[in-house]
Design a protein around this ligand. Structure first.
Ligand SMILES: *Cc1c(COP(=O)(O)O)cnc(C)c1O
Length: 381
């Protein structure tokens, strides 16, 4: 089945008992047992719910893994996956992963004895140098947030596998429409489904998919034991949104490609980060492991002092955190999404205070470009 068909007919796409073509929202916490100690398929909705199961089956199909899991947020999914490890274990963490992922390791999990090293995951020698006898996993994003750095998933996974280390990829920015980390050798994929999979900026959700059943069973245990599950209504919203994922991702990428070229040619812009640009570092790897470049762009103005004036002058691009919705958003990572990362670490990673990040939506591309143009003029660029 092709991906465009799978988003609609994959997983569990209808209700067997009634024939409803939209999966019903099973808004129930518990299930009747007909005989003592003999529950039917479901017992209690933290352990399993049919609407949640539908979206879990769907993401497993799309990522081509053994089993999927839905959580109350991307960070809840990340937390459950990191709970595979214990005191004394060490993980390698990409140096510009999502700010909340860094905070989870740095301020929560480190307290319970999990150690980590921040590493540039696009540098294989740096990964090799960071591997310790107690290293259990490499956690990376590609493209990264917000600098859109590219890591060769297959090469990292190959290196990890040799030493019995798990490769975990946060696939939020690419989605399975453009990139399938499990097919490239990764063991676990994580999503903030709040972003492109949800796609409409109306739900917070997380998904995880394990390639092998053995790891899937451990995540299933943790999902139930920790309990950060996605509710039935939000599960339904994500499943509904995924039906248009292919259409939306094409539109995001078309607009983003045009805007990246427009920005690159603009005299007020010092640097543009977009994996689809041929001079983007990592473009060749992106081209080989992705089927498209998604809708995220970052850039720097030649005059950093004009950053605030520029982002505040935008009218269609809304100044807000988050990304991946149908509407275009703009933000300044150093002040907003990445403010929880200490300044020195941010600067070491190349995230300048004036870096601007765009989540390019699916509005008309000419309107988006005109909005940028009027903001450049208004901010005096
Ligand atoms: C937003 C985001 C997360 C965290 O997801 P939540 O749903 O906000 O908990 C993780 N990784 C990336 C790349 C993100 O953009």
């Amino acid at each position: 089945m092709h991906f465009n068909t799978k988003v609609i007919h994959g997983g569990i796409s209808e209700d067997e008992t009634t024939g409803a073509v939209s999966v019903p929202i099973y808004q129930t916490s518990t299930y009747k047992q007909n005989a003592l100690g003999q529950p039917k398929q479901y017992e209690y909705s933290r352990s399993g719910n049919p609407t949640r199961f539908a979206v879990e089956e769907l993401i497993a199909d799309l990522e081509e893994g053994a089993q999927g899991f839905a959580f109350a947020s991307g960070l809840a999914a990340t937390h459950a996956v990191f709970s595979l490890f214990q005191t004394g274990d060490h993980v390698i963490l990409g140096d510009d992963v999502y700010g909340g992922t860094f905070r989870l390791l740095h301020q929560v999990l480190e307290k319970s004895g999990l150690t980590y090293s921040l590493v540039k995951t696009d540098d294989l020698a740096a990964i090799e140098a960071a591997i310790l006898p107690e290293t259990k996993a490499i956690f990376l994003e590609t493209p990264t947030n917000p600098l859109l750095k590219i890591t060769d998933i297959a090469i990292v996974a190959q290196l990890a596998k040799k030493q019995d280390i798990l490769t975990i990829v946060d696939n939020t920015f690419a989605t399975p429409y453009f990139q399938k980390p499990l097919q490239l050798g990764a063991d676990i994929v994580i999503h903030s489904a709040t972003k492109y999979l949800g796609g409409h900026s109306d739900v917070v959700a997380g998904l995880a998919v394990a390639k092998e059943l053995q790891i899937a069973k451990r995540i299933a245990f943790l999902q139930n034991a920790i309990g950060g599950v996605l509710g039935p209504h939000d599960s339904w919203l994500i499943q509904r949104s995924i039906k248009t994922l292919a259409l939306r991702m094409e539109a995001h990428q078309n607009n983003a490609m045009k805007i990246a070229h427009y920005l690159q040619a603009h005299p007020a812009v010092a640097k543009v980060y977009y994996p689809g640009l041929i001079d983007h570092e990592g473009h060749e790897i992106a081209k080989s492991q992705m089927s498209g470049y998604s809708g995220m762009i970052s850039f720097e103005l030649t005059d950093e002092t004009k950053t605030a004036g520029f982002v505040e002058a935008l009218k269609i691009f809304t100044l807000a955190e988050s990304l991946g919705g149908v509407e275009s958003l703009v933000e300044v990572p150093a002040v907003m999404t990445h403010a929880s990362i200490p300044k020195e670490i941010r600067q070491q990673s190349g995230i300048k205070d004036g870096l601007i990040r765009l989540s390019v939506g699916i509005e008309d591309g000419e309107d988006l470009q005109a909005d940028l143009e009027q903001a450049f003029e208004k901010a005096g660029n």
